[in-house]
Ligand binder design. Structure first.
Ligand SMILES: Nc1nc2c(ncn2[C@@H]2O[C@H](COP(=O)(O)OP(=O)(O)OP(=O)(O)O)[C@@H](O)[C@H]2O)c(=O)[nH]1
Ligand SMILES: [Mg+2]
Length: 431
């Protein structure tokens, strides 16, 4: 780590010097006004290890920052560009502060240099104060914007509140309310908003059970992929007769995963295979050539799991596989959005929404599906195999969502509405 003190007549020039002499990776450790202008202490090759053990006493050397000698730094002037170090640094030659009782000389020699400088506390205070004030101001402005809306357009405000109770994301609420903007009657406005939603939703028309083929269920952990595979296999057998469906699992990661699918297979008198490479997958598909439906179960993976790429690679060479993303309807809006983003790296033929029976709102799932234009294939509404599976229909989805909003809906507090929509209304007004 190299620490350097640079002086200049103003802070911009001092910053330029830092960049010229230490490069753009330099970390500013301190800045202060001096009699002749500004002084900046900066470091490069920042060593995190030196940050352990914050020093008790500053040490004065020509290359270090001897804060004890200097007067307290003045606050930076308005408009100045001040880069603040994000952590503490140590001078290369700083000896350790004396411990109690004093350490033996040999031991002291082994001790790493201690940190002698910390982030300027004045700047940290100012930053957090500005941050707090900004938040407060935004909150006030959001409150004003929402108040204006509630006074000037009470029906729009009420519609937004109802749409939020449905569980839709705030941006979709605003778009749906816009679609109903011309409608003076609240009930008709509500219908118009839901009709607009319905036009943006699509379904796959029971394609797995009616078309057959090869369908893989992918998605996060524990969303109900294996259970849905069992439901689909059992339904297919009921509809098309025995001996026409086969199961494959790519879940070689989890102990017991194959056992789970094999047990389902045995109960339904359906063959099951475990594959762990593209070649094994091709072989398994070839071995099941006499089947009209092959269902592929996959290992549940978090949306940030690095094994996701491996899973996608497994399907890359077999384009006839149709992938369906399984999402739990009771997950949060942000989690659902992240899952869709992660799993749609492979082309998706549709979405299967599970745990509909466990959710209190359908809006979050519908928002994500609507915004990503993903067709919904089936709904899982319970643990029973094969009973708790429903073919998705747009009118059913909307009716279910309405029923949840009516059953669990509580009037969202005005502050929460202001915070949710106020900022967006302000941002909208700024354009
Ligand atoms: N309430 C409810 N529970 C469900 C539904 N679908 C699945 N489950 C339950 O959710 C749990 C997990 O189901 P699995 O089918 O093992 O989930 P998975 O996605 O295969 O899990 P991993 O393979 O571990 O990623 C089990 O207890 C299922 O019974 C559903 O629609 N509603
Ligand atoms: Mg599973």
């Amino acid at each position: 780590m190299k620490i350097k003190r640079l002086c200049a007549s103003n802070i911009r020039e001092a910053m330029r010097k830092v960049r010229d002499e230490l490069g753009s990776e330099a970390v500013i450790l301190s800045n202060q006004r001096t009699a002749s202008g500004f002084e900046i202490v900066a470091a490069v090759d920042y060593d995190e290890k030196l940050l352990q053990g914050v020093q008790q006493q500053p040490v004065a050397t020509p290359e270090t920052v001897a804060r004890s000698r200097d007067p307290a730094p003045e606050p930076p002037l308005a408009g100045q560009e001040v880069e603040v170090a994000t952590a503490e640094a140590a001078p290369p030659s700083a000896p350790p502060s004396a411990p109690e009782p004093p350490a033996p000389v040999e031991a002291a020699r082994d001790v790493k240099p201690r940190v002698v400088w910390s982030q300027d506390p004045l700047l940290v205070d100012m930053q957090s104060e500005i941050h707090g004030l900004r938040g407060l101001l935004e909150q006030q402005l959001a409150g004003l914007a929402w108040g204006d809306l509630a006074r000037g357009q009470p029906r729009r405000a009420e519609l937004l509140s109802q749409l939020l109770d449905f569980g839709f994301g705030p941006d979709l609420c605003l778009r749906l309310a816009d679609a109903a903007a011309g409608e003076a009657d609240l009930e008709r406005g509500w219908r118009l908003a839901l009709e607009t939603l319905g036009r943006g939703l699509t379904v796959t028309q029971d394609d797995i059970l009616s078309r057959g083929g090869i369908a893989a269920l992918i998605g996060p952990t524990g969303v109900g992929k294996t259970t849905t595979i069992a439901k689909l296999a059992a339904r297919y057998k009921l509809r098309h007769g025995p001996g026409r469906v086969a199961l494959i699992t790519t879940d070689s990661y989890r102990i017991g995963a194959f056992e789970q699918i094999r047990t389902f297979g045995m109960i339904m008198d359906t063959p099951a295979r475990l594959v762990s490479s593209p070649e094994e997958l091709r072989n398994a598909i070839a071995a099941f050539a006499d089947k009209s439906l092959i269902l592929i179960d996959t290992a549940g993976m978090g949306q940030r799991d690095i094994r996701l790429a491996q899973q996608f690679a497994l399907f890359d060479e077999t384009p006839q596989i149709r992938s369906y993303l399984v999402l739990a309807a009771n997950a949060q809006h942000a989690v659902l959005g992240e899952s869709v983003a992660a799993f749609s790296r492979t082309p998706l033929s549709g979405v299967i929404l599970t745990k509909v029976d466990e959710t209190t709102r359908l809006g979050a799932a519908l928002s994500v599906i609507h915004d990503r234009s993903l067709p919904v294939a089936y709904l899982g509404n319970g643990q029973r195999v094969p009973e708790d599976l429903q073919v998705a229909r747009v009118d059913v989805l909307i009716r279910m969502g309405e029923a949840f909003a009516g059953r669990y809906g509580d009037v969202t507090a005005s502050e929460a509405l202001a915070l949710t929509f106020g900022r967006r209304l302000n941002a909208h007004a700024a354009y």
